[in-house]
Design a protein around this ligand. Sequence first.
Ligand code: IMP
Ligand code: MG
Length: 177
Amino acid sequence: MSEEIGKILITEHEIQDKIRELAKRITEDYSDRDLLLVGVLKGAFMLMSDLAREIKLPLEFDFMAVSSYGSATRTSGVVRILKDLDYEISGRDVLLVEDIIDSGLTLNYLLKYLRTRKPASLEVCALLRKEGIQKAQIDIKYEGFEIPPVYVIGYGLDHAQRYRNLPYVAVLEEGEE
Ligand code: IMP
Ligand code: MG
């Protein structure tokens, strides 16, 4: 099997424009609140960094790490927490930052888990959502782009841990060698 970077679905410029737009809404919505950004590692690290720089509020960060895939390109539905939150979130206004919603199983699990810790509010910001294949009904308040149900790489997203550093989102091209 060979693999390479395929068609660019979302350019660097489009991503940065969208992030400014989302950050503006978040800045307005959280102006009198106590915002805590919770990033889901590793995929959300780029979005976290770019988004946070555009949010004009005193905010705090925390990170969780979960594993849902191994190195395969299909969802297993099994979520393992590799790193839990460092801080208590009870009474905090939590914004969960995710790279991509595919089946929605990972996010669904995380939201249930975080709700048991009684945040004052809990919303989701996700850069990408694959069209029409969510197995779980999820309300994403701050959504970047809808994409077709293909495997994508770049801007935090990996295939077997590679390609996360690409500044754009592209289709993973897999072929027989
Ligand atoms: P879900 O549980 O099926 O929604 O999958 C969620 C997680 O799988 C995401 O947070 C990503 O880390 C990973 N994932 C899903 N689709 C892709 C993709 O197209 N490229 C890279 N990672 C993906
Ligand atoms: Mg992820």
